[in-house]
Design a protein around this ligand. Structure first.
Ligand code: NAD
Length: 288
C-alpha cells in the first residue's frame, strides 16, 4: 500500500529518536537531522542505546539490532533529505521554527509525491502546509512517547491534505510501523492532547496552591484511578517546555482558561527545569 523506503526525521530529541528507532526497526532507511552535527550524533547514539536495551530485553535479536542501526545516518544538513519518500518533522514545538522548516523541506525534498509530516502536538497542520507549495502532501503524524512502546499514532489531515496522502500515511503508521491509528480534525491538540493537557495543568495548579504534594497527587491518580503514571511524572516525561507550549497553542486556539499554562509551569521552564530531559522537574532524575 505504501512505497515509503527512505524516511527523513527532523529533530533528534526524544521524539525524533523514537520515530527513527521505530522506522529503522521496520527495515526503513532513516536520515536523522538536527541543527548541529553534535545534536544529530547525540540523537543517533541515543537510538543505538535504546536498540541495545531492546536486545538485552530480548525484543530484538543481535542481527535485527545491527540491521536497524546500519539503516540510520545522522546529519546537520537538511539537504541530505532530498531523496526521502516521507519526512517526519519532530523539532521543538515552536510555530515559527516549524514553519521555516517546512519552507526549507519544500525546497529540499525532490519527489513531489513525497509526504511532509509533522509530529507537532498542537500547531495547526494548515499553517505548516501553507509554508509549502505542496499543501496536499502535508499531514500531521502524531506519535506518543516513548515511540517504540506506545501503540497510538494520530493522523491529522488539514483541509488541503489529499485523500491519497492521508491513506498512505495511515498505511505507513499502521502496516509498516505496526501502530494503531486514529484520525483527528486539524484543531490544536487533536484528540489526545485536548483531553490530556487540561488534566496535567490542573495537577500543576494543585501543586501551586498547596492542595497536596506532587508525590501525593501522582499517587492519587495511580492508586485511586489505576493510571499507570501520575500527571506530574507524565508532565516530566513529556517535557515541561513541551507541555507549556501545547497549553499556549490550545489557549490561543480556544481561549479557554483551562488551557493556559499556570505561572509555576512557566517559571519552571524559564529556570531550565524541563523534567526528565533536563534531569529535574516536579521530580528529580539525577543519579543519586
Ligand atoms: P526535544 O526538545 O526533546 O527535541 C527537539 C529537537 O529538535 C532538539 O534536538 C532540537 O535541537 C531540534 N530542533 C529544533 N529546531 C530544529 C531545526 N530547525 N532543525 C532540526 N532540528 C531542530 O522535543 P521532543 O519532546 O522530541 O518534541 C519534538 C516534537 O514532538 C514537538 O513538536 C512536540 O510537540 C512533539 N511531541 C512531543 C511529545 C512528547 O511526549 N515529548 C509527544 C508527541 C509529540
Amino acid at each position: 500500500m505504501t512505497s515509503f523506503k527512505r524516511v527523513g526525521v527532523v529533530g533528534a530529541g526524544q521524539m525524533g529518536r523514537g520515530i527513527t528507532e521505530a522506522c529503522a526497526r521496520a527495515g526503513l532507511q532513516v536520515t536523522l537531522c538536527d541543527v548541529s552535527e553534535d545534536r544529530a550524533r547525540a540523537g543517533l547514539a541515543g537510538v543505538a542505546d535504546s536498540l541495545l536495551h531492546a536486545e538485552k530485553r530480548g525484543t530484538l535479536t543481535p542481527e535485527e539490532r545491527a540491521h536497524a542501526l546500519a539503516g540510520i545516518s545522522a546529519t546537520a544538513d537538511l539537504s541530505q533529505l532530498a531523496e526521502a519518500d516521507v519526512v517526519v518533522e519532530a523539532a521543538t514545538e515552536n510555530e515559527q521554527a516549524k514553519t521555516a522548516l517546512f519552507r526549507q523541506l519544500d525546497k529540499v525534498v525532490t519527489d513531489p509525491a513525497a509526504v511532509l509530516a509533522s509530529n507537532t502536538s498542537s500547531i495547526p497542520i494548515a499553517r505548516l502546509a501553507a509554508a509549502t507549495g505542496r499543501p496536499q502532501a502535508v499531514v500531521g503524524l502524531h506519535f506518543f512517547n516513548p515511540v517504540p512502546v506506545m501503540p497510538l499514532v494520530e493522523i491529522i489531515p488539514s483541509l488541503h491534505t489529499s485523500k491519497d496522502t492521508e491513506l498512505r500515511v495511515r498505511a505507513f503508521a499502521g502496516e509498516v510501523l505496526g501502530k494503531r491509528t486514529i484520525v483527528a480534525q486539524d484543531r490544536a491538540g487533536f484528540v489526545v492532547n485536548s483531553l490530556l493537557i487540561p488534566y496535567l495543568l490542573a495537577a500543576v495548579r494543585m501543586v501551586s496552591s498547596g492542595t497536596a504534594t506532587a508525590d501525593d497527587i501522582d499517587t492519587g491518580m495511580t492508586a485511586g484511578c489505576a493510571h499507570p503514571m501520575g500527571p506530574l511524572r507524565l508532565a516530566d516525561l513529556i517535557g515541561l517546555d513541551t507541555v507549556a507550549a501545547i497549553g499556549e497553542a490550545l489557549y490561543e486556539e480556544y481561549r479557554e482558561p483551562l488551557y493556559a499554562p499556570p505561572p509555576l509551569l512557566r517559571r519552571m521552564v524559564e529556570s531550565g527545569l524541563l523534567g526528565r530531559k533536563s534531569g529535574e522537574g516536579f521530580f528529580s532524575y539525577r543519579a543519586a
